[in-house]
Ligand binder design. Structure first.
Ligand SMILES: *Cc1c(COP(=O)(O)O)cnc(C)c1O
Length: 385
């Protein structure tokens, strides 16, 4: 199917990019595991690292349809997608402006690798568009954003960023992992390149490591030229699993998003919780921007336990909500940023970033919210003792 724009979101998830089983007429895509394809003089030379095996090629069509872009590429991890995409547009002497609050792996990539290549970078002081504007230099090539951001669910105004970039002939990239293509399509606001850790909502079952990039044909062609050198391709078996997962992505993410709104409102009215961070709450400082640019407010939220309730004890007392480093599966999980993602910072540095000891990031799953609430209430009681 190639008339993807006319299809509804569930139809895209299920049908776009199916590999047709011509031989046996099976209902689902067969897996082509071959690493070797006939060279018959035609211009398509299929090879896994060229990101064009039958399963890779077809899955890219589904991802492009989901982000409503011309083209897409898939990688072996979110970081492979992010690093390949950035390096494809950068050379020695170029400059990148990066949002202050971004995924830790991306931050590490920038601060440990860019200097080796002679690439300059600046981090903004906030997620405000004016901050990006002030940092633009003659050699600035990329504005890099992430919204909603981790762990406080900050919202960056995508259109404002895209407008500034266009005025200055700069490429914009977004890490769209937290929203997923179900809740946010940044291309609609003028963002050029959408990056995903497909390990998260696209996979959705905490059992696949993958990454994706969606953009125009021209931008994807440029990223492809770098990608074949770095070799971060995904195995066809995992490509197949990712295709299967994507069939239910809209159903999963919609349910998770609905649950997140209920949970956020529950936390807001809970006397044991100091503060809730969720873009779907009117109390969120950038609620109006979120409403303008998101189709749904996502399934990630954070909350602060009141002083006297120990964050570790709370998490260890949960019965089925799992403390977990990762996120976005159909199962609800929590993480304490102080103990994990931000453990290497001093308490002062953490507080500067708004991360208090009682902060819990909550990845909301598909379980019934009554069950989630019951589990949280009994864990709070235990953590108070
Ligand atoms: C997990 C994650 C990544 C990195 O993805 P991997 O698949 O682990 O490489 C990037 N950005 C965000 C927002 C993430 O949550």
């Amino acid at each position: 199917m190639n008339k993807s724009k006319k299809l509804g979101i569930n139809s895209i998830c299920v049908h776009v990019g199916e590999v047709k089983d011509e031989q046996f007429k099976g209902a689902i895509s067969p897996i082509y595991m071959s690493t070797s394809y006939a060279f018959d003089g035609v211009d398509v030379k299929r090879y896994p690292r060229y990101l064009n095996t039958p399963n890779q090629e077809m899955l890219c069509k589904k991802i492009a349809a989901l982000e409503n872009t011309e083209d897409a590429l898939i990688f072996s991890s979110g970081m492979a997608a992010i690093s390949n995409a950035m390096l494809a547009f950068l050379k020695k002497g170029d400059h990148v402006i990066i949002q202050q609050v971004i995924y830790g792996g991306t931050y590490n990539f920038v601060v440990t690798e860019f200097e080796k290549y002679g690439i300059e970078y600046s981090f903004t002081e906030s997620d405000k568009a004016d901050d990006f504007k002030a940092l633009i230099r003659k050699n600035t090539k990329i504005l890099y954003i992430e919204t909603p951001s981790n762990p406080l669910l900050g919202i960056t105004d995508m259109k404002a960023i895209a407008d500034i970039a266009k005025d200055n002939n700069i490429i914009t990239m977004i890490d769209n992992t937290f929203a997923s293509p179900i809740n946010q399509n940044p291309g609609e606001f003028g963002i050029d390149i959408m990056l995903h850790s497909a390990t998260k909502y696209m996979g959705g079952h905490s059992d696949i490591s993958a990454g994706a990039v969606a953009a125009s044909k021209e931008h994807i062609a440029q990223i492809w030229k770098t990608a074949i050198n770095f070799g971060g391709n995904l195995s066809d078996q995992t490509v197949w699993f990712l295709e299967r997962s994507l069939k239910t992505m809209n159903l999963r993410v919609k349910e998770q998003t609905k649950n997140a709104q209920i949970m956020a409102e529950y936390f807001e009215n809970n006397a044991d919780i100091d503060r809730v961070y969720y873009p779907g709450l009117k109390s969120h400082p950038q609620y109006e921007i979120a409403k303008k640019q998101m189709k749904g407010f996502g399934a990630m939220l954070s909350f602060e336990l009141k002083e006297g309730i120990d964050a570790m004890k709370f998490q260890n007392s949960l019965e089925f909500i799992k403390p977990s480093m990762s996120l976005a599966g159909v199962e609800s999980t929590t993480v304490s940023p102080t103990q994990t993602t931000h453990a290497l910072l001093s308490e002062e540095e953490r507080l500067e970033r708004g991360i208090k000891a009682g902060l819990i990031r909550f990845s909301v799953g598909i379980e019934e919210t009554e069950d989630l609430i019951a589990d949280i209430e009994q864990a709070i009681l235990k953590a108070k003792k």
